[in-house]
Design a binder for this molecule. Structure first.
Ligand code: ADP
Length: 396
């Protein structure tokens, strides 16, 4: 069975064709700068990767380019669209409508459209991807997998904000949480690595990439997460500030005469690692500077790691214990220095990092010391595979 996984961003489309018999990726591609003159399509596995500059005016063009490459008679991964059994779409926001993945029909599409208000940059792109697939592939089953769905199990005390209640009733202003597919995937893998049923485990999953979020997973369910009404809340990220005093926003607008859009841009695109270091949103650059003694780069490391530490502490308390901490995504999988800063000094709580294991590279692995009560695991995330698995489950 072959599943096509589509991930439409505001100006990009990533796709993978996965053979579920082996869980192997048989084709992969990326359309970037969709909607602008300099758009391009990069596709092919490893050594066969190629980049074609092609004008993609919208996501329909991008889906068409992806399909054309997949069935290219010269070197496509498949001979015809008949070889694709179904399509799984990553959809950012499912609001309160969706607590799991669903087969897309008109009603689902209408609800995803309704949620566009909550994710104005992302949901419209996802909808265009779905509509383009329907247009090009006819009635092939399409499934929506939501970033927010996993977090729908949070209790009200985790998802409500202490604002006037009417804002929840009328505007649905509440915490939704994001990266749900990644948190769910790594939590399930953690249970497999620990060889225990997930419903006997308390796990904290840390997704530390360009975007960062952390989730408390109790008995397999998300009970709290750091991202909120939007992905801006919570941890410090590549370019996002995460938690700050909300009165700073009114100060920026009232005293510095910023427009709301400028303040939004500052918090989403100019803050985080980039804003503090003044160098880059890429931790590799910040690390090089920190190692050379750059004080702002060192401060960026401290703020970033301390934010994660704070959340881990609060989730251990809110769950009343912890069996495993899972670290994933670009920063989490690759930066031993950041992991060390996050996890050092917790020995008395039974969280003991093994310095040697932490310094090693690799795939799924344990980096806690043998005497650590809490297991510390690195698990490379694989949202595409999780999406494909949901598709298989839904289409039987
Ligand atoms: P996204 O959230 O966009 O999916 P990723 O999970 O791919 O991002 O993470 C990308 C980030 O991971 C980069 O911006 C960089 O900060 C970080 N990263 C990747 N490799 C390394 C490394 N070797 N050392 C430190 N940081 C790294």
């Amino acid at each position: 069975m072959k599943i096509l996984v589509m991930n439409a961003g505001s100006s990009s489309l990533k796709y993978q064709l996965i053979d579920m018999a082996t869980e192997e990726v048989v084709a992969i591609g990326l359309c970037e700068r969709v909607g602008s003159e300099d758009s391009f399509h990069k596709y092919g596995l490893d050594d066969n990767e190629r980049k074609i500059e092609v004008h993609l005016k919208d996501h329909h063009d991008a889906v068409q380019a992806a399909i054309d490459a997949l069935i290219d008679p010269a070197d496509g991964a498949i001979k015809s669209l008949d070889e694709i059994d179904a399509v799984g779409h990553r959809v950012v926001h499912g609001g309160e409508y969706f607590s799991s993945s669903v087969l897309i029909d008109q009603d689902v599409l209408d609800k995803v459209k309704e949620c566009s208000k909550l994710a104005p940059l992302h949901n419209p792109a996802g909808i265009m991807g779905i509509e383009a697939c329907a247009d090009i592939m006819g009635d092939k089953p399409q499934i929506a997998v939501f970033d927010t769905a996993f977090h729908q199990t949070m209790p009200a005390r985790s998802y409500m904000y202490p604002l006037p209640y009417e804002l929840y009733e009328t505007e649905r202003i509440r915490r939704y949480g994001f990266h749900g597919t990644s948190h769910r995937y790594v939590a399930e893998r953690a249970a497999a690595m620990l060889d225990k049923p997930i419903d006997e485990l308390k796990i904290i999953t840390c997704h530390l990439g360009n975007g960062c979020s952390i989730t408390a997973v109790d008995k397999g369910q998300s009970v709290d997460t750091s991202m909120g009404f939007t992905p801006l809340e919570g941890l410090m990220m590549g370019t996002r500030c995460g938690n700050i005093d909300p009165a700073i926003v009114t100060y920026l607008i009232g005293e510095l005469n910023m427009t709301p859009a400028e303040a939004n841009d500052l918090m989403n695109k100019k803050s985080g690692l980039l804003g503090v270091s003044g160098l880059s949103n890429d931790l590799r650059d910040v690390r090089a500077a920190a190692e050379a003694g750059n004080e702002r780069a060192i401060l960026a490391y401290e703020l970033y790691s301390y934010a994660v530490k704070r959340y881990i502490g609060s989730y251990v308390f809110s769950m009343g214990g912890i069996d495993a901490i899972v670290i994933t995504a670009g920063v989490g999988e690759n930066c031993d220095r950041m992991r060390r800063m996050i996890l050092e000094g917790l020995d008395d709580l039974g969280i003991v990092l093994d310095a040697e294991l932490n310094a090693k590279r690799g795939g799924e692995r344990t980096i806690s010391a043998a005497n650590s009560k809490v297991k510390i695991l690195i698990i490379p995330t694989n949202e595409e595979l999780m999406i494909a698995k949901d598709v298989v489950e839904l289409i039987g």
